[in-house]
Design a protein around this ligand. Structure first.
Ligand code: SAM
Length: 472
């Protein structure tokens, strides 16, 4: 039944294979010889399959768990250095016809303020985001074929890319909208989107159907097979994720990796990113009614095991998590974070009354983008506003080749420094600027190739003189 090459959801996410995997992982959770051999394989930086990674996740040995964490941190350093890519969500509309029981957008919620941005409002929101310093957005929308048809999403993307305010520009628009048709994915590709992101929520079919009782999202197979349709439509970069808290985390973890293996087996390239959201309090949603919540220790271990299993895949954490948790999780393997986010429709321009908001969930990290950038640099990270890969056509397996050839340090590292420099020149507060300038000078020395270092140094001077948008 289990077949990673199948295009049928129930065959590439086989419940039987997951249950067998969990049983195998549990039985071997204290098998130090096996755990050592898996860690040995992982040290070769070629990743692990879902069974091997599930054994690491199940491991209860303190010393081995420390080794797992250390290895994840090392792999993260090797592939991503100390760069953290920045982005912000932009909520276009919270009209939704689905009945997802964990999401306040569900159709029966009459309390939440329903909003849909007009193109003029999008211009205002995006101008506000550009004035913060953002270059990369993830657009979000509820599913409503009448209120939010694909034409509305496409028009909005066009509007977003067209806005050039002062030195600002949104250079990459990632899209997080409901599962759709190959034809619509092709339209999104033609509109120049970056990553198509769709969270599976849960891979457990029965739970999925209970958690999505009504609306088009109820169809497990249609949702689970969405990434195949996206790739058939020509989208190279897709982003997976599950909403932790809905189902047993070990089940979700194994299935998530099986989904990644499936994409690799069928399309020759795995997911571009994996997101790890945890369920949060929202308008009429109480997260404590879902009994599969995970604490920070397990959360950190999940992130570390994903990092080890799929070293080439970016990992994203949002402002659902607070600063303390983000600091801890970043170390274990995260490569992208949001900053200064608002999850309400129109929230970047207009604050909403607390008792009647359009927010999707409570944001735990409420700091401004400048505070987040400042904090990251104090922790030794380089906040990066880079969008070069996709603009240079390095998507899908072409991006993976860059990783595999270990050219990231000669390419992504300079791009991170140049985009950080733009941020410092145009948007940073005094203290952030001071810390950033020092960081750029010391990090310049970490570009191995002499020619790349020289070009970067020249471009940094040109940025000080007012020129923008350099990239390798
Ligand atoms: N409507 C689209 C879909 O069906 O995929 C877009 C996604 S929605 C705007 C973004 C994501 O937010 C969802 O996929 C879900 O995982 C997450 N989400 C929904 N309710 C949440 C909650 N209460 N706490 C945290 N995340 C939530």
């Amino acid at each position: 039944m289990y077949n990673p090459k199948s295009l049928k959801a129930e065959e590439f996410i086989s419940d039987e294979e997951i249950l067998d995997t969990l049983d195998y992982a549990q039985k071997n959770s204290d098998n130090i010889v096996l755990i050592d051999s898996i860690l040995e394989k992982a040290r070769k930086r070629k990743g692990l399959d879902h069974r091997e990674a599930s054994v690491l996740l199940a491991c209860q040995d303190r010393e081995k768990n420390e080794e797992i964490l250390q290895l994840a941190q090392q792999i993260k350093k090797d592939f991503y250095g100390n760069r953290i890519v920045m982005f912000a969500p932009l909520y276009l509309s919270n009209y939704c016809v689905n009945g997802c029981v964990y999401c306040p957008y569900h159709l029966k919620n009459k309390h939440i303020a329903r909003k849909k941005l007009t193109q003029d409002e999008i211009i205002r929101e995006v101008t506000a985001l550009q004035d913060m310093g953002h270059k990369r957005l993830a657009i979000e929308s509820g599913e409503d074929p009448v209120m939010n048809p694909i034409e509305y999403i496409l028009e909005s993307i066009k509007t977003i890319y067209s806005i050039k305010h002062k030195n600002g520009a949104i250079r990459r628009v990632n899209v997080n909208i409901a599962a759709t048709t190959v034809e619509n994915y092709r339209k999104l590709r033609d509109a120049g989107i970056g990553t198509y992101i769709l969270f599976q929520e849960t891979y457990h079919k029965k739970s999925y159907e209970i958690l999505h009782p009504t609306g088009p999202k109820h169809d497990y197979a249609y949702h689970t097979e969405a990434m195949d349709r996206a790739m058939q439509g020509g989208i190279d970069d897709v982003g997976l994720g599950v909403l932790f808290g809905l189902e047993m985390y070990r089940y979700e973890f194994a299935a998530l990796l099986m989904h990644a293996e499936h994409l690799e087996a069928v399309h020759g390239v795995g997911p571009h990113t994996i997101s790890v959201p945890r369920i949060k309090k929202a308008d009429d949603i109480d997260p404590s009614v879902f009994d599969n919540g995970i604490d920070d220790d397990i959360f950190e271990k999940i992130v570390a095991c994903i990092r080890i299993a799929v070293p080439y895949t970016g990992m994203i954490i949002s402002t659902r998590e607070n600063a303390g948790c983000r600091e801890r999780i970043l170390k274990a393997g995260i490569s992208q974070i949001s900053g200064g986010s608002k999850t309400s429709v129109g929230g970047y321009c207009e604050p909403e009354p607390e008792d009647r908001s359009s927010e999707q969930f409570d944001v735990s990290d409420r700091r401004t983008l400048d505070e987040v950038v400042n904090w990251l640099m104090k922790l030794g990270y380089i906040p990066s506003f880079c969008t070069a890969c996709y603009r240079e056509g390095r998507t899908g397996d072409r991006f993976m080749k860059l990783c595999k050839k270990q050219q990231i340090q000669n390419c992504c590292h300079p791009n991170a420094l140049m985009t950080l420099k733009e941020y410092l020149e145009d948007y940073a507060g005094e203290e952030t600027k001071l810390i950033g300038e020092r960081l750029i000078q010391s990090e310049l020395l970490n570009i191995p190739n002499e020619k790349s270092r020289k070009i970067t140094s020249e471009n940094l001077c040109k940025i000080s003189e007012g020129m923008r948008d350099f990239r390798f």
